[in-house]
Design a protein around this ligand. Structure first.
Ligand code: NAD
Length: 309
């Protein structure tokens, strides 16, 4: 899919909106739909609003979904006026449905089989890099697809991401993304524990973070989420309820595989506690707040201290 492509984009939230904007800037024709409405900026850029996923599918050769959860993808693909209805209406034989949401790998394989029955390819291409990566077009994209479908979608993905890897057949993109979420969640928890400990012990947490950024404990999570914890910046970003969803997908898949994930289960409980405290919409770095409750101590900054990183 090189040159100008007719692309459908369904789900224009924190991630979908900037991703669609990059595709418009790249000269593609976009057919747009989102339950929350199509953002005015995308229409100004030349995007065309559609009233249903079926209408999107009737117009586009490649249909991208960027939706919250497995049930949302299922509704958009196979529900009333869904993508499958639009594909069956005719012109899209040989088209591609590409889901970029983070959803169940098991359901992904079922969705792929149903889309394949309609004569179309299915690609799972979940992303990492957050809202910042979406805005900068620097997402990491983990792809499950046939090699021929991958070759077709790669030039489109290059407008949205920097590191694009074909992991294997359909469903393996989602498996890779869940591994990413396990690692990210446990790292957020580790950064929270480290900073909380340092604060309770009387150290200047801005200086602690700055020092650790140059050492073995450096991570992007220490950089971004560590700063959020210190500066109390818990606007999402990546919502607690979405991270809990991803760990739930990982834990239930792991159970079927007979794999024990004790760290993941612990962080899942901290995210559950956030939700019990009204934090479904907080950024997932706010799980430090639950560690703070356990310690009966809130991370403090020292007056006049500055982060020089
Ligand atoms: P979001 O809630 O901001 O956006 C989702 C969009 O989907 C909304 O605009 C909503 O209106 C739309 N939508 C939901 N149900 C719909 C339906 N039935 N029909 C049409 N539109 C519908 O979520 P987000 O943060 O953009 O995340 C989207 C996906 O990307 C999730 O699976 C999430 O786990 C994943 N993700 C998010 C981030 C992040 O940092 N936010 C990072 C990586 C991956």
């Amino acid at each position: 899919m090189t040159g100008r492509t007719k692309i459908g984009f369904i789900g224009l939230g924190i991630m979908g909106k900037p991703m669609a904007s990059h595709l418009l800037r790249g000269g593609h024709t976009l057919f747009l739909h989102s339950r929350s409405g199509v953002p005015g900026e995308l229409l100004t850029q030349g995007g065309q609003a559609c009233s249903s996923p079926a209408e999107v599918a009737q117009n586009a050769d490649l249909i991208i979904t960027m939706l919250p959860d497995t049930g949302d993808v299922e509704r958009v693909l196979f529900g009333d006026k869904g993508v499958a209805e639009g594909l069956s209406a005719g012109r899209s034989k040989g088209g591609i449905v590409m889901d970029m949401s983070t959803i169940s790998p098991v359901e992904t394989r079922k969705f792929a089989a149903e889309i394949n029955e309609l004569g179309c390819e299915y690609v799972d291409a979940p992303v990492s890099g957050g809202d910042i990566g979406a805005r900068n077009g620097t997402l990491t994209i983990m792809v499950g697809a046939t090699s021929s479908a991958f070759v077709q979608v790669k030039p489109v993905l290059e407008f949205m991401g920097k590191t694009i890897t074909l992991i294997g057949p359909t469903g393996t993109g989602q498996v890779c993304k869940l591994a990413n979420q396990i690692i990210a969640a446990l790292t957020i928890e580790a950064v929270g524990e480290g900073l909380l400990f340092a604060s309770k012990a009387g150290a200047d947490v801005r200086k602690v973070r700055q020092a650790l950024m140059g050492g073995f404990a450096y991570s992007r999570v220490l950089e971004v989420h560590g700063e959020r914890m210190i500066e109390r910046a818990f606007e999402p970003g990546f919502r607690v309820e979405l991270h809990r969803k991803d760990l739930g997908l990982a834990l239930s898949h792991a159970r079927t595989l007979g794999v024990s994930l004790p760290g993941t289960a612990t962080v899942q409980e901290l995210l559950n506690a956030c939700i019990a405290h009204g934090g479904a919409g907080w950024d997932s770095s706010a799980l430090v707040r639950m560690l703070e409750k356990l310690a009966n101590h809130e991370i403090e900054t020292i007056e006049g201290s500055h982060d020089e990183s």
